[in-house]
Design a protein around this ligand. Structure first.
Ligand code: SAH
Length: 215
């Protein structure tokens, strides 16, 4: 049964240190196999990243949970603690789906056009409608002048992209892996005033690189 498999995965995540029940609940609600090709069905509920084509991967569930947990760590303990959230690197849409459960609306950018279509299809299949996915370069941010209550990057940038910092509401946080393929750290940036940002290095990670431009 799929439910048992998801429950097992969520138990693993909690044993590995994910403690925010809002995140664990959101993960429980998302069937990860729906985001993968049939060939990977057997591994869909293992805590590992897997190929999704176009030389990209679906993120490891632990990292999806960890980033979501960091994003909402200082918010009020309510069902949907965030309003509008921006995700860079939608891939197959799995992280987008998890975010859709903890915020009012997710805006996501993906630089591979075919993956935009895959993500939209996967999310619709699960009746998730509080999202918008755009084909484009995440370094540019969401093109329309807009501010977000949280920003999450699912690919590693050499430095935190400036345009993304500018799209944070005051008090909002950005979670982004920073570094190259040898040395990467998860970083959080909190906007404390118009010009003031508080940065924190969290832990070592390994993400695919955030590339400039579109495919
Ligand atoms: N969020 C996905 C992770 C996908 S892997 C999940 O839940 O599994 C990271 C994704 O970032 C890839 O699909 C890649 O194409 C995309 N990406 C890399 N650089 C980007 C950029 N500059 N703008 C938008 N997407 C980017």
């Amino acid at each position: 049964m799929i439910t048992n498999k998801i429950e097992k995965l969520v138990k693993v995540l909690s044993e590995k240190g994910i403690s925010d029940v809002r995140v664990l609940q959101a993960m429980l609600e998302i069937p990860r196999h729906e985001f993968l090709d049939g060939v990977f069905d057997a591994q869909a509920y293992e805590d590992m990243s897997l190929p999704i084509g176009h030389k990209q991967t679906i993120s490891q569930p632990f990292i999806v949970a960890r980033m979501t947990e960091l994003l909402i760590s200082e918010t009020a303990f309510v069902d949907r603690p965030l309003g509008e959230v921006l995700e860079i690197g939608a891939g197959c849409g799995y992280q987008t789906a998890v975010l859709s459960k903890i915020c009012r609306k997710v805006f996501a950018i993906e630089r591979i056009e075919q993956l935009c279509a895959v993500a939209k299809k996967n999310l619709k299949k699960l009746n998730i409608n509080n999202f918008e996915i755009k084909y484009g370069d995440g370094y540019e941010g969401w093109k329309i002048e807009k501010k977000f209550d949280g920003i999450l990057c699912a690919a590693a940038a050499p430095l935190v992209p400036k345009k993304l910092k500018q799209q944070l509401n005051i008090g909002a946080k950005l979670v982004c892996p920073v570094g190259d393929q040898e040395n990467q750290k998860l970083m959080t940036v909190k906007r404390i005033s118009k010009e003031g940002f508080e940065e924190e290095l969290v832990e070592n990670v390994l993400f695919v690189p955030m590339l400039e431009g579109v495919d």
